[in-house]
Design a protein around this ligand. Sequence first.
Ligand code: CUA
Length: 335
Amino acid sequence: MNRSGISLARTVLVLAPFVLLCGCHGEHPQSALHPAGPGADKIANLWWFLFWTCTLVFLATMALLVTGLFQKPVGDRAVSPLGQRFILFCGIIIPTIVVVAMLIYGLRSTVNLKDARGGLTVEVTAHQWWWDVRYPREKIVTANEIYIPVGEPVRIELKSVDVIHSFWVPNLSGKMDMLPDLKRTFWLRADAPGKYRGQCAEFCGVQHAWMAFWVVALPREEYDQWVADMQQPPPEPRTPEQIRGKKVFFADREAACVNCHAVGGVGGKGAHMGPDLTHIGSRLTIGAGTLPNNHGNLAGWILDPQAIRPGNKMPRIFLKSRELPDLVEYLKILK
Ligand code: CUA
């Protein structure tokens, strides 16, 4: 290695611990190592168990290797009885015990995770590349956000309408694949209020990395208030801009929002193709976690969704100059 190579290696060695520690402060909205629910707790415990077991095995192996390097060569002398016992214990018996212990611990955690129960049921359907979210008993339809009460088990029913996706909220539980035409159930519980980021964990096309959602865990009273708010019919437009914006949304033409999105249960034939927009004004993000939901981002998204998320199913629609700000004014009141 030349001199610059050596100094690069030194720099990497010095900086590596700091890089590793970068993730060790602040909030952790998407981290399997900061569990906030029983499912994630079991997975984190398993992770640490495997990590420390493998670390010990690695260090022991390296210690033996270094010891071996400083032994005098034995030539073709036969292995001594002590050496044979060493091979039997360290090469067969101890590795078998370690591997079986890891297997039993892993299987026990998996069995505990499958223990599905829960009072509240939420149906989540994956689409390329967003999440349809329904509360059948409460008759709520939303998208890309799941509100749950803190401390209560929630039953999640998962399916997909196109390819295989995977539902994953690292802080709350493990992953579950979402298969076309096959409903699977899953459960999770949040033990602390907060916002937890979820992410599709199965490659499902070009926008897979931008297929995110948020789980918002609220204390029971706040959750009940959220349900009551969601059950209200969408507000009617009041200002001239909002009234014109509603007309743009429901326009009777090929390139109109209503053809792919519904508001308050009213939508065209393809209204299941895009997220329900009844509560778009109160969502945290747009484009399934791609951008914060604010005036500028919403206008930019409508103007050219393909520039923000190339390959997504929303085409660029051509609006007249006044139509875009009017439409945004209308969408903002849908809370
Ligand atoms: Cu959906 Cu990856």
